[in-house]
Design a protein around this ligand. Structure first.
Ligand SMILES: Nc1ncnc2c1ncn2[C@@H]1O[C@H](COP(=O)(O)OP(=O)(O)O)[C@@H](O)[C@H]1O
Ligand SMILES: [Mg+2]
Length: 494
């Protein structure tokens, strides 16, 4: 069974999550759907598997147009997906879960179901105990159960969305072996969604790369990691020459930091940032960088370890204490955290003006706003509500709100979504502060930005932090390997 998508479009508000995507998938093959977080992979797969309806575009099976708008409808035409986040299941056993997914009469034949389940599990090398309650299964085992259930429903196209997140290495090799058997022996089409290069290189026959909602290209294996990196992140520009850094005293020192989020656990993280130094935090979203930035500005409480600012232990203190210690923070979500929707430009400057008493001086706010608008070349007026400004101008406001010489400046994705000129302007501002002795730590998904502006680069991978041996000579290519979990010079072969 071959599947084709033609000119698929899907928008969520202003986000064009899928922008004219056309792809064909043949049977018996494993396709990698690769792309950074937010590239539009899950959206495309949810459209194929009936969770979303495309705004426009077509789906064809064996050359014939098909229409469906529910997951059940997709399964009826032979397409089934394992969700990125396993669904909640209730107090059923493995076998009950398997049986209740099947289109059977009111009295299921438990003996036959048990046999069928055992057969499928055995063939795929899955060791699942049929009488075990589903809630006691690991993520990997739930995936195995879900694969068996979809196969029993007659699915011919199996979609897996980031299936290797949260499973053990052993479970991964069982999963990969079973997927290979399903493609080679049973002729299924496997669509394997991932942002991990190593997994795609190991498993897939072909790869399609998405970036910012668009199809960047497709390739048949073997391809090199370098080629995939270039497709995922764009071609590297020649970096401008870098200033020589003469770092001063240690401003930020992080010792044995231990933190956890829903997605990642970070242990034994050690970081040191000195005055006048720019330290870039590289890694795919959710690899631990944000845990570190939040701990260093007092917005998240570490489970263990210490955060020192200028030698003073600040661990677990509130944000305002960090502010008082000279720490400034530019958060990733401009409007969610750094700026306040509904307030005007002038009101933002009034609220952050350090000399402000309890009396709010509107006229003074207006003057400050006018000065800063001119100085930071912001396209907006003092009475413009902040949400009416473009992203680049919001980012400029954020920079204008940061004091002229903080001790430590922590920035999350300082130029995300900005045009090249605005991004350069933002960096001029950052580097000017740095030259005046500010210690800078920033996160970015843009490898060019990391390579261009960092004096040192820390790579986050699944909560592990490794320093790039020589950040000044590292290439975008090498950094791409590192953030995908590979070491420099290591090419994943096939
Ligand atoms: N249900 C949704 N509502 C609003 N925005 C969404 C929704 N799903 C995805 N998006 C947005 O669409 C873009 C693509 O997301 P997604 O398809 O999940 O990417 P990926 O799976 O490649 O990480 C992102 O900017 C994301 O924020
Ligand atoms: Mg996704």
């Amino acid at each position: 069974m071959s599947v084709e998508v033609r000119h698929i479009h899907k928008t969520f508000g202003a986000v064009h999550a899928n922008d004219d995507i056309s792809l064909t998938f043949a049977d018996g093959r494993i396709y990698g759907i690769l792309g950074e977080n937010g590239a539009g992979k899950s959206t495309l797969m949810k459209i194929l598997s009936g969770f979303y309806l495309a705004d426009s575009g077509q789906i064809l099976i064996d050359g014939r147009l098909v229409h469906y708008d529910t997951p059940r409808g997709a399964i009826e035409v032979g397409i089934g997906m394992l969700a990125q986040d396993p669904l909640d299941v209730g107090p059923l056993t493995v076998l009950e879960n398997f049986v209740y997914g099947q289109p059977v009469g009111p009295l299921p034949d438990w003996q036959a179901a048990r046999r069928r389940f055992a057969e499928l599990a055995e063939r795929l090398g899955f060791r699942l105990e049929p009488d075990m309650p589903v809630e006691r299964l690991s993520i990997g085992q739930r995936q195995e159960l879900e694969i068996i259930r979809l196969l029993a429903l007659g699915v011919r196209v199996l979609i897996l969305d980031e299936p290797t997140t949260g499973i053990s290495a052993e479970q991964k090799s069982v999963l990969f072996a079973s997927l290979q058997r399903l493609a080679r022996e049973d002729g299924l089409t496997i669509l394997f969604v991932s942002h991990k290069l190593e997994d795609v290189l190991e498993l897939c026959d072909e790869v399609a790369v998405l970036r910012l909602g668009r199809l960047v290209g497709t390739a048949v294996m073997p391809v090199t990691t370098g080629e995939l990196v270039a497709m995922m992140f764009g071609q590297a520009l020649a970096p401008p020459s870098r200033r020589a850094a003469t770092p001063g005293d240690t401003v930020l020192e992080v010792q044995d930091l231990f933190m956890a989020s829903e997605r990642v656990v970070m242990r034994d993280c050690q970081v040191c940032v000195r005055a006048g130094e720019v330290v870039g935090l590289a890694g795919l979203d959710g690899s631990g960088q944000q845990l570190l930035t939040r701990a260093c500005v007092g917005l998240a409480r570490p489970l263990g370890g210490r955060v020192l600012i200028n030698g003073v232990d600040m661990t677990g203190r509130p944000y305002r204490d960090f502010l008082a210690a000279g720490v400034s923070f530019g958060a990733a979500g401009r409007l969610e955290e750094g700026l306040v929707a509904g307030l005007t430009l002038a009101e933002h400057f009034i609220l952050t003006d350090a000399g402000q008493g309890w009396w709010i001086d509107r006229e003074r706010g207006r003057q400050i706003a006018e000065e800063r608008i001119a100085h930071y070349r912001i396209m907006g007026r003092p009475d413009s509500p902040i949400e009416t400004l473009s992203g680049g101008n919001q980012q400029r406001v954020l920079m204008a709100l940061i004091p002229p010489a903080p001790r430590l400046l922590v920035l999350e994705h300082p130029t995300r979504g900005l045009d090249v000129e605005s991004a350069r302007w933002i960096w001029e501002q950052i580097l000017a502060r740095c030259a005046a002795g500010t210690a800078v730590m920033f996160t970015s998904a843009d490898l060019d930005e990391l390579v261009t502006y960092s004096d040192r680069i820390l790579v986050f991978y699944a909560g592990q932090v490794t320093e790039v041996p020589d950040a000044r000579s590292v290439t975008v290519d090498e950094l791409g390997h590192l953030i995908g979990g590979q070491r420099v010079g290591e090419e994943a072969g096939r």
